[in-house]
Structure formats: structure tokens, C-alpha cells
Design a protein around this ligand. Structure first.
Ligand SMILES: NC(=O)C1=CN([C@@H]2O[C@H](COP(=O)(O)OP(=O)(O)OC[C@H]3O[C@@H](n4cnc5c(N)ncnc54)[C@H](O)[C@@H]3O)[C@@H](O)[C@H]2O)C=CC1
Ligand SMILES: O=C([O-])CC(=O)C(=O)O
Length: 312
């Protein structure tokens, strides 16, 4: 198994670190545009191999796409992160050109790969990668739901005083401060609805905290988060390369599911060796569906910018 991570920054390096520790690949290429940066990070990680006991061989390269040839999975994290006070959407001007160029280069050397898009604004960047690559829709998947659902479980666990591992909870919609939809009415604590334990006020607090989870960390750290994003991406990679068939909310191209077409949004997806193998079109309440439609409108407005920029 060969995996490439593009972007050796905070998220890319953390993702690579998780992939190596879990030994999800024999060969892992870390690629960055900054001279020597990926090489340095790769050597630093390889110098943990003796301590951590993994056999994954990590190689860092500067913009050398030939060395990514034959990658079965490629994670795209290249692009600017936001600063405090910014939205993810404000990154489109710079990141769209980066993601398009990276997707084109990757495809030249790994024409049958599975791409996981992390760069923001993720829903629109995933749409762009799909349109640019021409890969079938099961092979271009956005990372957002894995992270947002884990954050949702964190905030629920804080309110319930329980282990996050005992919770089942999912976020769908867009990966934006106002577009994500934590499905509080579907969340359970060891199969018991969490709504039985939390007041309306507590539920609203958890949902609101989850939605601005990324912005909260950006304000605290000065740039956006990387531990949970890196772990969320690696969890998706693991389900694919080990064919685990895990149900992970992920960004996928919709063709009628949830009443939406020609758009990438986060919905429950089974991830296995063929990538996004099945979209679960679960029944939403009228309110949830209306919120989903509003998120779709907002993401579609961002996708229109790609057309204005003549990138699709
Ligand atoms: N979808 C999600 O849930 C999340 C998305 N993100 C997004 O991921 C992206 C990366 O975030 P960080 O790692 O924190 O940023 P970072 O600045 O630490 O790393 C980005 C890296 O991309 C590299 N890069 C830029 N242009 C490139 C190109 N053309 N080819 C190869 N490498 C290139 C830079 O040199 C840099 O090392 C941002 O857009 C951020 O908003 C971050 C966290 C979660
Ligand atoms: O907040 C950001 O800009 C980065 C991100 O997508 C997240 O951590 O959810």
C-alpha cells in the first residue's frame, strides 16, 4: 500500500504521523511545495520509528510528483489555513488554485487513486477536485464530518460527563461555521437518545459549540487546528485501506440524495476499499431537511465562485 499526503504543514504532518503509527501503508510520501520542508518532517517522523515500532517508510519530497506514482490513496491538505476572525470560505481565492494544480499533478501519476480533500473551504474544494480529476464520485471524498462528529462527541461528553467513546453522534451538511448540522436528535449514549439527558438549553449549547468548534480553536491557537483534523483524516484512510466499511460522515458528490444534485456535501457514507462505497440516504425531519437545504444553498454559492474564477 502506497499513500501520499500533499501538504506537510500542521494537518498533513499530523495525518502522516497517524498513518505511520497505525501502519496503514508500507510507503508514505509527504509532498510540499516549500523546499526541504516535507523532507525534514519525514526524517523527523522516521526518527520516531524505533521508539514507536512502526515499519511504514516515510519519504519527504519537494514538489516531485513522480515519486507519488501509484499511490492508492492521496490526501490533499495543501493550502492556507484561516487566521482568527476569518471564515473558511475566505480561503477560496488562494486555495482553489492550489487544490486544482495538486489534483492535476496527482492524476498524472496515480490515475486510479482515491483522493481525500482536507483543504478549505472543504465542500467547495472537494467539488473542485472531483470536477478537475474526472475520477468517479466514489474516489473523491471530503474530510469534515469525521472531525466535526468527533468534536460533537467531545462537547456532548462534556455536558453528559461521559466517555466520548460511548457516544454515537454525527454531523452532516457543510463543513462551515454556519452550514454544519450536528444531528442532536439522532445522537445516542450507548443507544439511549442524548435528548433524554440534556435540557433544550444544553442541547443548543452543544450544537452551537460544535458548529464553531474550528473557529474557537483558531482564536485560541492563532491558526486552525491539526490534531483532530489529522486523526479524522487518518480514520477515513484506515477505513478505506483496511476495507473496514465504517460509517463516517464524509463529503461526497450528491446526485439526488437528500434532494440535492451537482454538489458535494457531508452525509453518512460507508468507506471501504472502493472509497465512498455507499451513501446512506437517512430520513431527516422536516426541520433537518430545511436546514440541509439552506446549507446546500450556501455551498452552491461558493461553488459558483469556482465558475467565476473559470476553474471548473
Ligand atoms: N477539512 C477540515 O476539516 C480541515 C481543513 N483544514 C484545512 O487544511 C489546510 C491545511 O491546514 P494546515 O496544515 O493547518 O496549514 P499549514 O499552513 O500548516 O500547511 C499547509 C501546507 O501546504 C503547503 N502548500 C501550499 N501550497 C502547496 C502546493 N501547491 N503544493 C504542495 N504543498 C503546498 C504549504 O507549504 C504548507 O506546508 C487549510 O486549508 C485548512 O483550512 C484544516 C483543518 C481541518
Ligand atoms: O477551522 C478551520 O479553519 C479548520 C477546520 O476546518 C477545522 O478545524 O474544522
Amino acid at each position: 500500500m502506497k499513500i501520499t499526503v500533499v501538504g506537510a504543514g500542521a494537518v498533513g504532518a499530523t495525518c502522516a504521523d497517524n498513518i505511520a503509527r497505525k501502519e496503514l501503508a508500507e510507503e508514505l510520501i509527504l509532498l510540499d511545495i516549500k523546499e526541504g520542508f516535507a523532507e525534514g518532517k519525514a526524517i523527523d517522523m522516521m526518527q520516531t520509528a524505533a521508539l514507536l515500532g512502526f515499519d511504514t517508510k516515510i519519504t519527504g519530497v519537494t514538489n516531485d510528483y513522480a515519486s507519488t506514482a501509484g499511490s492508492e490513496v492521496v490526501v490533499i491538505t495543501s493550502g492556507l489555513p484561516r487566521k482568527p476572525g476569518m471564515t473558511r470560505e475566505e480561503l477560496i481565492g488562494i486555495n482553489a488554485g492550489i487544490v486544482k494544480g495538486v489534483a492535476e499533478n496527482i492524476l498524472k501519476h496515480s490515475p486510479d487513486t482515491i483522493i481525500i480533500v482536507v483543504s478549505n473551504p472543504m465542500d467547495t474544494m472537494n467539488y473542485l477536485a472531483l470536477k478537475t480529476s474526472g475520477l468517479p464520485k466514489n474516489r473523491v471524498i471530503g474530510m469534515g464530518g469525521a472531525l466535526d462528529s468527533s468534536r460533537f462527541k467531545y462537547y456532548l461528553s462534556q455536558e453528559l460527563g461521559c466517555s466520548p467513546a460511548d457516544l454515537n453522534a454525527m454531523v452532516i451538511g457543510g463543513h462551515g461555521d454556519t452550514t454544519m448540522i450536528p444531528l442532536i436528535n439522532h445522537a445516542t449514549w450507548n443507544s439511549i437518545p442524548v435528548t433524554q439527558f440534556l435540557s433544550k438549553e444544553q442541547q443548543e449549547k452543544v450544537v452551537a459549540s460544535t458548529m464553531v468548534g474550528g473557529a474557537t480553536l483558531t482564536k485560541l491557537i492563532g491558526t486552525s487546528a491539526w490534531y483532530a483534523p489529522g486523526a479524522g483524516t487518518a480514520a477515513m484512510v484506515e477505513s478505506i485501506v483496511r476495507d473496514q466499511k465504517k460509517l463516517i460522515s464524509s463529503g461526497v458528490f450528491l446526485e439526488g440524495e437528500y434532494g440535492q444534485k451537482d454538489i458535494s456535501l457531508v452525509v453518512p457514507v460507508i468507506l471501504g476499499k472502493n472509497g465512498a462505497e455507499k451513501i446512506l440516504d437517512i430520513k431527516l425531519s422536516d426541520t433537518e431537511q430545511a436546514t440541509f437545504n439552506k446549507s446546500a444553498d450556501a455551498v452552491r454559492n461558493m461553488n459558483d465562485v469556482l465558475y467565476e474564477m473559470k476553474l471548473v
